[in-house]
Design a binder for this molecule. Structure first.
Ligand code: ATP
Ligand code: MG
Length: 434
């Protein structure tokens, strides 16, 4: 049996006289002697429970006055329109039950009056998420996942899951977490890249996966974590431009859906929310370097990866989402397809928010011989990739795809300072609990 008939947010002054049962946390208790107020909070808002000493029995009054903050309570009572109360109504209770009392003192104050350190908040994340402005981000994240799945289904893209325990690195290198796997060493996968490409060879044609990626990088920034959720797609018989269109559509749909369906959460975040306009600007890596010259004392060399300073300058200059295309082949991974007539440039792209990179994608190499050569060119040993290369020997369609960081999308969408604000239980170099 569900212990409530209504959420606070669904009660309005118009249902004056209706009996409701609410359940949630004791947000605030005020005993003024002849009258006491209990503010009940649930995930949709607040309700003021008003107890007039003369009208309720003594035991109930005493019980309410003694409830510790954040205890779990259930209240049955009558709705009464009351302009001065939050939401324009109050509840005159007939029954108040403490379902579970909270200990005193609390590990942090969840009433939003006092802003506390991120680390303190993360240490008591369950309490932190009771704050509407924190909860809002995760409810919006769920809404974004829902609309993105819908968007993919409408384009005939199949949802898949690929293994997170793997034998080899996607891109070689050392950014992998080794784990012990019976008598062998295995790794946590850094990207579903190789697997989604193999599924193109399997004739699945269009796949998407929403799942964790693991990066053993030691960075300590506001946009990197060691475990993140990536939204990945791969599409056969498509090129880089086709999947950029899909990506742009995905981002705009997500914003659009949030604008239309998440007004309560946006209000809790106190956000001026703008839906970005498609089409996004598309500038080449070479053009970006040219643009960035103005913002730098020492110009970047062609072939260097864009550093944070350049990214920031470009973001400030362009001021909205944009694509960076036509990267030097030397920077992008071996599976990125070089242009036939200019092999030093490739069909790789990044989707940028003015604050940071959101996604990377490319048209991929689908020719077996070229792929082997490219793997060697990156100083890697093709024999370690046999399970992957095999799928390229018996008919591999041309294909393209991308990976979009979910938390970065949410973080930039909601103007959150730190990626840790967009992840319920973040994992970084220093944090393994909770
Ligand atoms: P960056 O250059 O910003 O470190 P990347 O180029 O290494 O990112 P990709 O391998 O291109 O990342 O991964 C695709 C997307 O996944 C990124 O654009 C980003 O949104 C997200 N992502 C990658 N690594 C992380 C991470 N450590 N923490 C959070 N999100 C990540
Ligand atoms: Mg990238």
């Amino acid at each position: 049996m569900i212990l409530r008939t209504h959420y606070t947010g669904d009660v309005t002054p118009e249902i004056d006289g209706t009996e409701v049962t609410l359940a949630g946390f004791a947000h605030e208790i005020r005993n003024l002697g002849g009258i006491a107020f209990l503010v009940l909070r649930d995930r949709k808002g607040f309700a003021q429970i008003t107890l007039v000493k003369k009208l309720v029995d003594k035991a109930t009054f005493k019980k309410v006055a003694g409830i510790s903050r954040e205890s779990v309570v259930q209240v049955r009572g009558m709705v009464k329109a009351e302009a001065k109360a939050p939401g324009g109504f109050e509840i005159l209770p007939t029954e108040v039950q403490v379902l579970n009392a909270a200990e005193v003192p609390l590990p942090m104050d969840p009433t939003e009056k006092v802003e506390c350190e991120l680390d303190t908040r993360l240490d008591s994340r369950f309490m932190d998420i009771r704050r509407p402005c924190v909860l809002a981000a995760f409810e919006i994240e769920s809404a974004v996942l829902r609309v993105l799945r819908d968007y993919f289904y409408r384009q005939g893209i199949t949802e898949v899951f690929t293994p997170k325990i793997v034998a080899a690195a996607t891109e070689g290198g050392t950014d992998l977490f080794p784990i012990s796997y019976f008598e062998r060493e295995a790794f946590l996968n850094q990207s579903p890249q190789l697997y989604k490409q193999m599924l193109m060879g399997a004739g699945m044609d269009r796949v998407f996966e929403i799942g964790p990626i693991f990066r053993a990088e030691e960075h300590d920034t506001r946009r990197h974590l060691n475990e993140a959720i990536s939204i990945d797609i791969e599409v056969s018989f498509a090129d880089d431009k086709d999947v950029m269109d899909i990506l742009e559509g995905a981002v705009v749909s997500a914003y659009q859906y949030v604008a239309e369906n998440c007004s309560r959460q946006l209000a809790a975040l106190n956000l001026d929310f703008q839906v970005p306009k498609a089409p996004f600007k598309r500038i080449t890596y070479t053009e970006a370097l040219e643009l960035a010259k103005e913002g730098r004392n020492v110009p970047m060399q062609w072939g260097d990866d864009l550093d944070t300073e350049t990214e920031r300058f470009l973001g400030e200059t362009i001021g909205e989402h944009y694509f960076l295309t036509d990267w030097p082949s030397s920077i992008k991974p071996y599976y990125t397809l070089p242009y036939e007539d200019r092999p030093e440039i490739c069909r790789g792209f990044d989707l940028m928010h003015p604050r940071m990179e959101l996604a990377s994608g490319a048209q991929r190499v689908h020719d077996h011989a070229m792929l082997v050569e490219r793997i060697r060119g990156k100083g890697l040993d093709p024999s370690g990739f046999e399970f992957y290369l095999k799928a390229f020997r018996y008919g591999m369609p041309p294909h393209a795809g991308w990976g979009l960081g979910l938390s970065r999308l949410i973080m930039t969408m909601l103007k959150l300072e730190n990626i840790r604000d967009a992840v319920i239980f973040p994992r970084d170099r220093r944090r393994l609990v909770p």
